[in-house]
Design a binder for this molecule. Structure first.
Ligand code: SER
Length: 585
């Protein structure tokens, strides 16, 4: 049975049982900045699980597009996916355990025709927060699962909550026996050996958890989730999702194009390409923060593995087209947004190839240094520098290291990354007053452009042309500086040309921490010295510019596009104002 048939059977089955079919919410949650992506079908339904009335009633069903990224580096094995589709049905204070379990059993055994002997189930064993779920167990028995295939586990296995707080409850999970031999006489559904595969999870959401503990919800809900890729693979008797029709065409093409054979790299390319395309179709764009950064990591890891397979990056368009053709029946948004997907992926590719070779060279140098020092661990600072200067996601560096028998200190990297993010955030709050209204890829690019403009003005107008203020939006930058005259056409053109020359040179933007004193001594430019703490961050753009600054910045000037001055005017006495834009080409 194909994935789309399973999806249709599911939605129809629940429709016939009084459920209204609702559309999948976008992968990028609306009005919820607290999560990066939609990770479960219940996520867009939280207000209704908490008691709000849903316009479609109390019985709902849908397919939900989901992205989970905690295991990016596991992708490439035979089961981890970052994008997947979750089929779900909900009771919002309507039916509860008995009806839910009976419907699940009927769907699995009658609609999908899974032999009942292949099914085992697990229920909550009970603890001080919630009693043992005897009710679910007896519902399963009544439906047709014998007692010896009903298992009880604690919160680690049979309790579901999204994150730390929110609606939650005991769950009952269904497992499919693949028929593989048991790894030991004690082999059970909770075992990871591959004999049992979880196929469906029904959560009986009647609690709410916050930092003070558990309270009962006003209504008893059911929230279920069935992973489509996994079910498709099992019903087709395939070993991995990559062997199903969802991935087959792209895997085949990769095999045809590759000059070096690697099943792991082919899977990584196939998986990350599909995820990236789905995220972009729902409005995601690569950037250096939050969900944009996840997308960037997916794309960059995919590019490196295309390189490993020795497949020309020019083939990316072909690969996109194959996925669109294969998946448009399930996701019409892929076809509708094909041009954008193509544009975004190619632009990101162009950015990354510029720094990839430099970064790899740098990595090799560091590896030699580590070797000489008698260690096979690449320290976290190096991993961070490769990230910060060359845009290497840590998992890319980790893979490079492992390919050479090295390891990386991920913990140290994560500490530095966190500090960096906190500083960027603090920086952006500080900059908010000074001008950086938000932190999108555009505003970050404009921010770096102000540093270049600041440096160019000093060369063309004179050493005393200091920055007096700036204001940045995603569309333009404004920059105030002291100067006693209106700029001539020649001066404006010379400033513009110089900035563009630096952009074209592709100069890396680097960052250093030092004492304020040292920073000033080193000639770093600074607008309000008294505003800075004793230890400061200094951003350098080659030897063109050096400024005290909270960041964030692009990692290379070649990311900026073409710089164009739109206007030059007086701001106040002795202060001129330039309005400029960056044009993406
Ligand atoms: N929310 C549960 C899960 O994600 C059931 O849908 O598994």
């Amino acid at each position: 049975m194909k994935a789309i048939e399973i999806r249709n059977k599911y939605l129809n089955f629940f429709k016939n049982h009084g459920h209204n079919v609702i559309p999948s919410a976008p992968l990028i949650p609306e009005n919820d900045p607290s999560v990066l992506f939609t990770t479960a079908g219940m996520q867009p339904l939280v207000p209704y699980l908490l008691g709000e009335k849903h316009p479609e009633g109390t019985r709902l069903t849908d397919y939900q597009k989901c992205v989970r990224t905690n295991d990016i580096e596991e992708v490439g094995d035979n089961r981890h996916l970052t994008y997947f589709e979750m089929l779900g049905n909900w009771s919002l204070g309507d039916y509860f355990k008995e009806e839910s379990i009976q419907m699940s059993y009927d769907f699995l055994t009658k609609e999908l025709q899974i032999p009942a002997e292949k099914l085992s189930v697990t229920c909550f064993a009970g603890d001080e927060d919630c009693p043992k779920d005897e009710v679910s167990a007896s519902c399963w028995k009544k439906a047709g699962i014998p007692e010896e295939r009903i298992y009880f586990y604690g919160k680690d296995d049979n309790w579901w909550i999204a994150g730390e707080e929110g609606p939650c409850g005991p769950d009952t999970e269904m497992f499919y026996d693949t028929g593989k031999p048991a790894c030991s006489p004690d082999c059970q559904p909770s075992c990871d050996c591959g004999k049992y595969v979880e196929i469906w999870n029904n959560v009986f959401m009647e609690y709410f958890k916050d930092k003070n503990g558990y309270t009962k919800l006003e209504q008893k809900n059911v929230d279920t989730g069935l992973g489509l890729e996994r079910m498709t693979m099992l019903l087709q008797g395939k070993e991995t999702p990559y062997d199903t029709e969802l991935f087959e065409p792209i895997m085949k093409k990769l095999e045809e194009l590759q000059k070096i054979d690697s099943i792991q790299s082919r899977r990584i390319v196939a998986e990350h390409l599909r995820s990236s395309m789905m995220i972009i179709a729902d409005g995601g764009r690569p950037s250096n923060i939050d969900r944009g950064y996840v997308l960037r990591r997916l794309i960059r890891r995919m590019i490196r593995h295309l390189n490993k397979l020795q497949i020309s990056l020019d083939e990316i368009s072909t690969l996109i087209a194959i996925n669109v053709e294969n998946l448009k029946g399930m996701y019409p948004e892929l076809e509708k947004n094909q041009a954008t997907i193509q544009e975004v992926l190619l632009e990101e590719k162009n950015k990354f190839v510029k720094t990839l070779a430099h970064g790899e060279r740098e990595f090799n140098k560091e590896m030699q240094k580590a070797k000489q020092a008698g260690t096979n661990v690449i320290n976290g600072q190096v991993v961070f520098r490769l990230y910060d200067t060359y845009g290497f996601p840590p998992e890319v560096t980790k893979e490079l290291a492992e390919e050479n028998g090295f390891q990386i200190d991920l913990e140290e990297f994560e500490k530095l990354f966190k500090q960096h993010q906190e500083k960027s955030r603090a920086g952006s709050e500080h900059k908010f007053k000074g001008g950086l209204a938000d932190q999108t890829e555009e505003t970050i690019a404009y921010h770096t452009a102000t540093h270049l403009l600041n440096a160019a003005l000093k060369q063309i107008i004179g050493k005393d042309a200091h920055q007096r203020g700036s204001n940045i939006t995603a569309e333009r930058m404004r920059f105030d500086f002291n100067c006693d005259h209106k700029l001539t056409e020649e001066e404006k053109k010379a400033v513009e040309d110089l900035v563009n020359e630096w952009i074209q040179e592709g100069i890396p933007v680097t960052k250093q921490e030092m004492s304020k004193e040292e920073a000033i001594k080193s000639g770093a430019e600074c607008m309000f010295i008294e505003k800075y703490p004793d230890i400061v961050t200094v951003y350098s753009i080659g030897d063109v510019s050096k400024e005290l600054c909270g960041g964030p910045h692009v990692s290379n000037t070649n990311e900026l596009g073409r710089f164009k001055i739109k206007k030059e005017e007086s701001s106040s006495s002795g202060i001129r104002r330039i309005k400029a834009v960056l044009i993406k080409e």
